[in-house]
Design a protein. Structure first.
Length: 232
């Protein structure tokens, strides 16, 4: 059994709602093992309450990486890239630098970080996570994936960037893209690669305002809310 708990579901925006108050963060539980993906400034639970066995960090923006601005003390291993570790004002005591595209085993989980296009100053990764029976990818912030075909092969659950439904949040500096791709674009990726289960987190202001309309137009996708639980 694999259990997903969406601890928070909004991005780095001032807007919020009753269902979206905390920064996007996901707790994954399998066979008693607890894996936490991202832990930002706005969080409902402290790490002692969550009791993760390991923490995975996507990048060094404050809605994903509390150590950017706060010195949170924990002995839990924190997996992150060298760029993220160097960017923060503080460092996790048990930091473990990861190399993208290489699988790591942590308890009953296997996970692999992969490069995504998102930020110029804070390079980001997504995570492909495998258990005995399920595979999911977590892309909370992205314009695109560097190796999309490889990442999305044989995936059961896609958890994606909910910053924008139709608004164009992709920007360009020279030849470099940054920002957030549309939810509709990500749905098309999932169709192409045969992914049936689509969930969006890291919601932006357009998504929070247009959530009901999106649900009517795209019943094939779920919008996560703070505290939502899914058992696979």
């Amino acid at each position: 059994m694999l259990k997903l708990i969406f601890l928070g579901t909004k991005g780095e925006i001032e807007e919020s709602s009753e269902k979206h108050q905390y920064h996007s963060s996901l707790l994954v539980i399998s066979n008693g093992q607890r894996l936490l993906i991202d832990y930002g400034m706005l969080h409902r639970y402290n790490l002692e309450e969550l009791a993760p066995d390991a923490i995975l960090i996507t990048h060094a923006h404050p809605d994903h990486y509390v150590w950017l601005e706060q010195d949170i003390q924990t002995d839990v291993p924190v997996y992150l890239t060298e760029e993220t570790l160097e960017y923060g004002n503080f460092r996790p005591a048990n930091s473990r630098v990861i190399e993208p595209d290489k699988y790591i085993t942590e308890g009953s989980f296997q996970f692999c970080a992969y490069r995504v296009i998102h930020s110029i100053r804070c390079p980001a990764v997504g995570y492909k996570l495998k258990t005995q029976h399920q595979t999911l990818v977590y892309n909370s912030d992205l314009v695109d994936m560097v190796n999309k075909a490889e990442v999305l092969a044989d995936v059961d659950y896609y958890i994606g960037d909910g910053s924008a439904i139709k608004a164009n949040l992709v920007r360009r500096r020279g030849d470099t893209l940054f920002g957030h791709t549309r939810m509709t674009t990500q749905i098309n990726w999932c169709r192409k690669y045969g992914i049936q289960n689509i969930i969006f987190t890291h919601l932006g202001r357009e998504t929070i305002a247009g959530e009901d309309e999106f649900r009517r137009e795209h019943p094939e996708a779920l919008i996560a809310y703070d505290g939502m639980e899914i058992i696979m």
